[in-house]
Unconditional design. Structure first.
Lengths: 423, 191
């Protein structure tokens, strides 16, 4: 038997007041949603604590550090050369670019970064640009897949496979390349590599065009990401954004152009910038950067001293036995080379005391190394300025006001990688 | 060129607080004598000298020396590409300096990271929590007196050092059932 219930009928004024109260109460009721750490759209292990008002985000608090391995601590206990493999694991979508960035930083400490043999510079530029194509392809593919366009992801993986093949024939490893050495590179271009690379460049342009046809004027794609998460110029600078995220906000700043290193001065390329700073602009900037990278590698293959097969025997390493390991046959027969080999392997490259910062234009932004040396073969302190770490710090600023379903789009457009963010 | 001008202007404004600009590998470094003034100096550098971009904040543990901490600010002027480094020392007893969050928003996470790794506090930071290590972790791992292999603690389930499951594998050169400190060959325990 149902219980008898008293029903109170308030007058209309009281009813209105009650309704308003109720409404305010509803607005005040926030829901906290935990996104990640293992969420497919966080591309790794990023956790974001979202505060929601209905579907609207009112507050976002990113939580990083799930992939912290203590790379900076590890660096203090090994020689400069021994740390090169660890740089592969920073931005693991572009290990070649990390290798180049790190060795350039150590060479700056040694004072030889602008005295590298030209051939070495060209090879390193090609490495960095191949890594950029590879990283942007994946960033784009994952971005599109999170938005439901899985075809793009499959298309770009075909091309990335070719970059891995190129890396394999160049370095011997597909993923953890560890290709550069302090004062040079591990080895010269293998025979036939240039042709393989040219073939890839032709094919990747076809894929980029195809992706462009699928996305750039796609109504669903444009509607979802245009005018979303707009980052103003002032915010982009204040939050220290770098790379495509900075340029997407309309700031024409690229370390390759503004602080030229390696042989970028001799190469012709454009720096794409966005106009509004929304997710669509960041997408367009990355698209164009890939085309520019293709252009740069074409020029490198044309201009590289000694030609692709190095017929004139151009050196790829600096001519200094105190920096680069001597050839093996000399180690076995000559005293001086034997001493150099022994000292380099046991003590490491002897760096002067001092401190330097070197920033490299990596696919994700400015990868910087601050090295504080007290002399000797080991850094006293090495700080890694990880672009993804800095780029993610803008999340609490741009998330509020967006819809919950926009989070995956914004994260995709920021294009971060947690291995580098957490170090 | 521009950087040296900026460094001299900074010195003209703050006088003896700012050291003579030192140059190494084309980079200009100035040292600020009083860490308490860091927010004013950075604000001046941003507003008047155009250093609108904070590249990075690093910290150095000068273990065994006094003052123990050095905090390093890398500034950049996006218009003329000048880069200036401002360093300041903080003593171990104090371990605190003002936050520059009011100058650059990006310093938020950099300062949290330095607090997390070195244990230097930033006064005026609204949310000075650990960022890379987990909440409740008792140590500051980038200090020089913290061993590479980690430390065991008596805080259960919060900080732990257990025998690695890779023991005897290809990456462990000293197979034994000892703890990580004695097993790890690269560990250098500070005196």
């Amino acid at each position: 038997m149902a219980a008898v219930q008293d029903i109170e009928i308030p007058d209309s004024a009281a009813r209105n007041a009650l309704a308003v109260d109720e409404l305010q109460d509803m607005q005040g009721e926030k829901m906290v949603l935990n996104m990640g750490p293992s969420h497919p759209a966080t591309h790794g292990v990023l956790r974001i604590v979202l505060e929601l008002d209905g579907e609207l985000i009112t507050k976002a608090e990113p939580d990083v550090g799930y992939l912290h391995r203590g790379d900076e601590k590890i660096a203090e206990s090994m020689t400069y050369t021994q740390f090169i493999p660890y740089t592969d694991r920073l931005d693991y979508l572009a290990p070649l670019a990390n290798n180049v960035a790190y060795t350039l930083a150590v060479e700056k400490l040694l004072g030889i970064h602008d005295k590298l043999p030209p051939r070495c510079q060209y090879i390193r530029v090609m490495c960095a640009e191949l890594a950029r194509i590879s990283a942007h392809l994946l960033g784009l593919g994952a971005f599109a897949m999170d938005m439901g366009a899985v075809t793009v992801f499959l298309l770009i993986f075909t091309e990335r496979e070719k970059v891995y093949n190129l890396a394999e024939s160049l370095t011997g490893a597909r993923f953890t390349t560890s290709y550069t050495r302090i004062g040079g590179v591990m080895r010269d271009l293998p025979p036939g590599w240039a042709d393989q690379c040219r073939k890839f460049l032709e094919e990747v342009v076809i894929t980029i065009n195809e992706v462009e046809t699928l996305l750039t004027r796609n109504r669903i794609w444009v509607d979802r990401i245009r005018d979303l998460a707009v980052i103003s110029k002032a915010d982009a600078i204040s939050y220290g954004l770098s790379g495509p995220n900075l340029r997407g906000s309309g700031i024409e700043y690229d370390l390759r152009r503004n602080q030229p290193y390696l042989c970028y001065k001799d190469l012709d390329f454009d720096i794409p910038t966005g106009s509004t700073g929304d997710c669509y602009d960041r997408y367009l900037v990355r698209m164009e950067e890939m085309r520019q990278s293709v252009r740069i590698i074409h020029q490198c293959l044309e201009k590289i001293p000694g030609g692709a097969d190095n017929l004139s025997n151009e050196p790829v390493n600096v001519d200094d036995g105190k920096i680069i390991l001597p050839p093996k046959e000399k180690v076995m027969t000559r005293m001086e080379e034997l001493i150099h080999q022994f000292m380099l392997v046991t003590e490491g490259v002897n760096c002067p005391p001092g401190e330097i910062y070197f920033g490299h234009e990596n696919p994700k932004g400015e990868l910087g190394f601050y090295i504080n040396s007290k002399g000797g073969g080991t850094p006293y302190r090495m700080k890694i300025r990880a672009p993804s770490f800095v780029n993610l710090s803008i999340i609490p600023k741009i998330f509020p006001g967006c819809m919950l379903s926009d989070t995956v789009a914004i994260l995709g457009s920021l294009d971060f990688v947690m291995g580098e963010c957490d170090r | 060129m521009f950087t040296l001008d900026s460094a001299h202007q900074l010195k003209a404004k703050f006088g003896d607080l700012i050291s003579e600009p030192a140059e190494f590998r084309g980079e200009i470094t100035v040292k600020l004598a009083d860490a308490e003034q860091i927010a004013e100096v950075c604000g001046f550098a941003k507003m008047k000298l155009g250093f609108e971009y904070l590249v990075d904040i690093s910290s150095v543990d000068n273990y065994g020396e006094d003052p123990r901490w050095t905090v390093v600010y890398d500034l950049r002027n996006l218009t003329n590409n000048a880069e200036l480094r401002i360093k300041t020392d903080v003593s171990e007893e104090k371990s605190e300096l003002p936050s520059v969050l009011g100058v650059w928003a990006t310093s938020n996470w950099h300062e949290r990271e330095i607090y997390d790794m070195m244990g230097i506090r930033f006064r005026g930071h609204p949310d000075l929590r650990r960022i890379l290590m987990w909440e409740g972790y008792p140590y500051f791992p980038l200090r020089k007196d913290f061993p590479l292999a980690g430390k065991p603690t008596n805080v259960p389930e919060v900080a732990f050092t257990e025998i690695s499951p890779m023991e005897g594998g290809p990456f462990v050169t000293l197979p034994s059932s000892g703890d990580a400190v004695s097993r790890e060959p690269r560990v250098r325990n500070p005196e």
